[in-house]
Design a protein around this ligand. Structure first.
Ligand code: PEP
Length: 255
């Protein structure tokens, strides 16, 4: 049975008090016998308090971004070591919000992923086509290009993990996911791109490919039963405890 990744991106939606409340609800109702890897990514300011609550580490902690330098005079930035110090094991890199509002390009995303990996944080590298790229028939090309540029020259060693999150940009936050079969096709495209870069054994050992974009408990199973979908990145639905716990329950129910 493959391990399923369920990753919550709380974006800039919750302050410390609300983050602690939501996290407490998730851990106190967390299902036993759980073969999922659940990762919660609160805002930077909530990480410390959430980590203090996470004594048993049943849920893993991630950040929503990181800087590519390891230390130095970079006002306003946060390093990988700082994230690790407050309990993070994962970090989201290149989310479409960062690409859109902060003009992060493939080169920046590449540097961030490389530094995260070097510091033993698991990078969750987001890729996804825009609606225009899709309309113009450039969807597969856009994804192959983003994955290649993010990963070229980064070779995972040992048991290092890299997660690629396929998130069609136009679907994020829309309430309307693409269908699971189309997502499976895109995961195959990403898988092939990684195999071309690193070979099949590194793909199998070091990479996971997950889907993000308007996931809810109602539809999550249709995605998770696809052979190449290893998990989901959840935005809006991760802010509602019953909905998010429902997504975890659905994942567990897959035989
Ligand atoms: C996201 O922002 O990464 C995301 C998947 O959001 P939503 O689930 O709300 O579409």
């Amino acid at each position: 049975m493959k391990k399923t990744y369920i990753i919550a991106n709380w974006k800039m939606q919750l302050g410390v008090e609300k983050s602690v409340e939501l996290f407490s609800q998730i851990v106190s109702n967390f299902p036993e016998k759980n073969k999922t890897e659940v990762v919660v990514c609160p805002a930077y300011t909530s990480l410390q308090k959430v980590n203090e609550l996470n004594k048993d580490k049943i849920v893993k902690l991630g950040a929503q971004d990181v800087f590519w330098e390891e230390s130095g005079a970079y006002t306003g930035e946060i390093s990988c070591e700082m994230l690790k110090e407050i309990g993070c094991e994962y970090v989201i890199i290149g989310h479409s919000d960062r690409r859109k509002y902060f003009k992060e390009d493939d080169e920046i995303i590449h540097h961030k992923a490389k530094t995260a990996l070097k510091c033993s944080l698991v990078p969750i590298v987001c890729v996804g086509e825009t609606f225009q790229e899709r309309q113009e028939g450039r969807k597969d090309y856009a994804i192959i290009s983003q994955v290649t540029k993010a990963l070229s020259g980064i070779k995972p060693v040992g048991n290092n993990k890299i997660i690629i999150a396929y998130e069609p940009v136009w679907v994020i936050g829309s309430g309307q996911a693409i269908n699971a079969e189309e997502a499976e096709h895109m995961h195959q495209v990403i898988r092939q791109t990684i195999v071309d870069l690193f070979g099949v054994s590194i793909m199998e050992k070091n990479f996971k490919i997950i889907y993000g974009g308007s996931i809810s408990k109602k539809i999550v199973k249709t995605f998770l039963i696809q052979p190449n979908i290893d998990g989901v990145l959840v935005g809006g639905a991760s802010l509602k405890p019953q909905e998010f716990l429902g997504i975890i329950e659905e994942a567990i129910s897959i035989k």
